[in-house]
Design a protein around this ligand. Sequence first.
Ligand code: ATP
Ligand code: MG
Length: 450
Amino acid sequence: MNHDARTNATPALRIIPREQHVISRKNISKAALRVLYRLNEAGYQAYLVGGAVRDLLLGGHPKDFDVATNATPDEVKKLFRNSRLIGRRFRLAHVVYGPEIIEVATFRGTGEEEGEGDRHIVDGRIVRDNVWGSIEEDAIRRDFRVNALYYDISDFSVRDYVGGMQDVEDRVLHLIGDPETRYREDPVRMLRAVRLAAKLNFRIDKAAAAPFDELGPLLGDAAPARLFDESLKLFLSGHGLKSFHMLEQTGLLKFMFPATARALKRGDKALRALIEQGLANTDARVAEGKSVTPAFLFAVLLWGEVRDLAHTWITKEMEPVAAWERAATHVIAEQCQRVAIPRRFTLTMEEIWGMQPRFEQVQRKRVFRLMAHPRFRAAFDFLLLRAAESPAVRELGAWWQHAQQLPHETLAAALSGSAGGAESSAPAAKPRKRRRRKPTSKAGNKSDPA
Ligand code: ATP
Ligand code: MG
């Protein structure tokens, strides 16, 4: 930790007594309360900390509750039979109550004293942080002031060491300490700034946003698995559209999704519409408590590059099925160097993309085969999002929408009316005449694009 973190903007401890803040035990999970009380009764300090305190102060309903204590992980383990120790980089205890997990972390020290404890810093980056310390030290190693508030179970007060309470009131995110040092320690904090600003509707303080241009490239060194987790929190937590706009405005998008940023920079209006509508739909689903899938999200973000590459290769006489497959593989490979999208999701992305050209083929057999595909619904939703690409794509979407509503026999009869396809029988709109392709012996099940 840089020394600035202590001297710079660290007002004295402010204790906000119970009657002067809004946090009520009613809104804290039973499991978290049990952990806090048990630690406290065993003679340890125990605080609710981090996002939960922040969100409770803002009137929100935290999903997870983190606890900070002066008990070491081993002591926590002894106290709770239902606990396990996790993490190497950041060792802590998980106390498990059914489906709920309470994270119990021991106060981290600053580790400024030479050779003390187990903190490893490589090129200014913290790669391991297991130095125990005091609550004051624990507060200043946190990222934003609003994330460094402690709710004290012994008297229900909130302890504020860094001015977090004021920031909650002002709805602003200040980094604790010197921004450049803190981002160099952990570049993902830049994404956390954007994510929290989007989620909480806060602004990012000028000094905290100033280093983004210069230090954004450091995200290239961040662990791709961590960036995957972070991208789910950015885009699938109900504030995806706002996160996306903020990532663009701050210039950080290109370090996470280079292909997306490139396509948008080319002025691809249809792609912008697809992404914005896709994220708006996702936000709406989250608000309604419906499930959302990472595969669809990443398929949306990367579509522009896949489509353009496939078209370029098809123009250069590559066989269309091969061109689509190769484009998907290429874009996924590039993206996974930044953001490690697990294989089970990339497979679905490939299916969603691979089905897009197949929507243009509206002969009877193909229509029914496509509708029976396990990924049909996702691929069809995707087709609708593509409406801004061209009137033909919009018509195609309408055609498939209508086709699905027809009884099987009606659709079958309509489709068998014409030998070659939909011309005479298209139920709603006339789909684009499909491109001539070399006949392939066997229509692949996975992707069979025109
Ligand atoms: P969310 O609402 O998304 O859970 P959060 O602030 O609780 O937001 P967590 O990832 O759950 O985020 O982290 C819990 C707390 O741990 C944070 O509030 C902050 O105090 C601290 N923290 C998390 N990540 C970092 C980091 N990269 N650097 C410093 N402190 C961090
Ligand atoms: Mg949290």
